[in-house]
Design a protein around this ligand. Structure first.
Ligand code: PMP
Length: 404
């Protein structure tokens, strides 16, 4: 048995981290993986998470029984309000179904699986993904027999949004197509549509009867403001665009390993929402039976306690603020000090954890080979890997490869 199993290549991001770890060069930098690091390049346990952990430890009512199939209700309810807004019309009308998932990845999977089973596809089962996107999106849709196809998103010439080709594809796609949209802080480009552009995207989606599959992995992390980063999702709900949202607390609460996420499906009526929930429960039961409790309890405490919530917002500002500072500093070093050839304004215009530098794959490789700076070959850097100690070395190394 298993003689015919081919050897799969290692995951490229995790492979990058392994190479970084093996490297003994003192000034090495890891700009590959999308996890927050503090100014000393250390993982950061949010102070509010420490407090919530303390509360849980001292709570005599906590046991280790199973959670309900759809998750901890206090958690899913608060998580829905966080993304859709306290005053969401869909929430007020009871049209939202929320299910706790294995972080954002699990939400994407459950959402894709639900569409694969129940969405009335117009012809072939396809989902439109942005070009480029988080690479896992392709595998997630393929796994549930939905064929991933791409729509233009990024324009390498402007290092910005390929707005018109994007709109043209929305218009030319068959009616009722599924479009995956990054709610904020697009991964990997860091390029988001403006509010005006979002409005026009929503108009076309509505006119064509498309379905918006929102992936929101960075709420609060992008701008430092939870509400601002949820704007597009809320605007789409307000306009009546049929949609679902995948939510993750990996980045904004620093709970990567706890796997806290949720899938929210906004249905046209309360009655439909109930039927949707019943089917999501059936799917969830066969996949994971019950979601994990610990992380959901932590997030539930933070979201449902006014003081802890305020403290969390400050922690988010700390993370987003440091990243924004690094963007400004890198931009300054490249443009004012080193006078690196080319335009680097995208470094400060892009948003979130990642920046698409616009450098070629050869230049990316040269950075790794010559300067011990680890990044994906598409030129994407994780801003969280930069800090006041290494940013000058990085800027100088980048300057060198750009000059060739
Ligand atoms: N979607 C996007 C766009 C992401 O960047 C990520 C994290 N890399 C995820 C979903 C899911 O992450 P997690 O499963 O850790 O919540």
């Amino acid at each position: 048995t298993w003689n015919a199993v081919p050897l799969a290549p290692p995951d490229s991001i995790f492979k990058l981290t392994a190479s970084y770890k093996e490297d003994t060069f003192p000034q090495k930098i890891n700009l590959g993986v999308g996890a927050y690091r503090d100014n000393d390049n250390k993982p950061w346990v949010l102070p509010v998470v420490k407090k919530a952990t303390e509360i849980l430890l001292n709570d005599p009512t906590i046991d280790h029984e199973y959670l309900p199939i759809t998750g901890l209700p206090e958690y899913t309810g608060a998580a829905a309000k966080l993304i859709l807004g306290e005053d969401s019309p869909a929430l007020a009308e009871g049209r939202v179904t929320s299910v706790q998932t294995i972080s954002g990845t699990g939400a994407n999977h459950l959402g894709a699986l639900f569409l694969s089973r129940f969405y009335e596809f117009n012809g072939e089962k396809k989902a439109y993904l942005s070009d480029p996107t988080w690479v896992n999106h392709f595998a997630i849709f393929k796994n549930v027999q939905v064929e991933p196809v791409t729509y233009p998103y990024y324009d390498p010439k402007t290092i910005g949004l390929a707005y018109q080709p994007f709109i043209d594809t929305l218009k030319s796609a068959p009616e009722r197509s599924v479009f995956l949209l990054h709610a904020c802080a697009h991964n990997p480009t860091g390029v988001d549509p403006t509010r005006e552009q979002w409005g026009q995207i929503a108009d076309v989606i509505l006119a064509k009867g498309h379905y918006a599959f929102f992936d929101c992995a960075y709420q609060g992390f992008a701008s430092g403001d939870l509400d601002r980063d949820a704007w597009a999702v809320r605007e789409f709900v307000k306009r009546g665009v049929p949609l679902l949202v995948c939510q993750s607390f990996a980045k904004n609460a620093g709970l990567y390993g706890e796997r806290v996420g949720a899938l929210h499906i906004v249905a046209p009526t309360q009655e439909t929402a109930q039927r949707v929930k019943s089917q999501l429960s059936v799917l969830q039961r066969s996949e994971i039976s019950n979601p994990p409790a610990h992380g959901a309890r932590l997030v539930s405490l933070i979201l449902n306690d006014k003081k802890l919530f305020e403290e969390w917002k400050r922690d988010i500002e700390t993370m987003a603020g440091r990243i924004i500072e690094m963007r400004k500093e890198l931009h300054k070093l490249l443009t004012e000090e080193l006078k690196t050839p080319g335009n680097w304004d995208h470094i400060v215009n892009q948003i979130g954890m990642f920046s698409f530098t616009g450098i070629s794959s050869e230049a990316s490789q040269a950075l790794t080979e010559k300067a011990h700076v680890y990044l994906t070959t598409n030129g994407r850097i994780s801003m969280a890997g930069l800090n006041t100690h290494n940013i000058r070395y990085f800027a100088e190394s980048l300057d060198k490869v750009v000059r060739g």
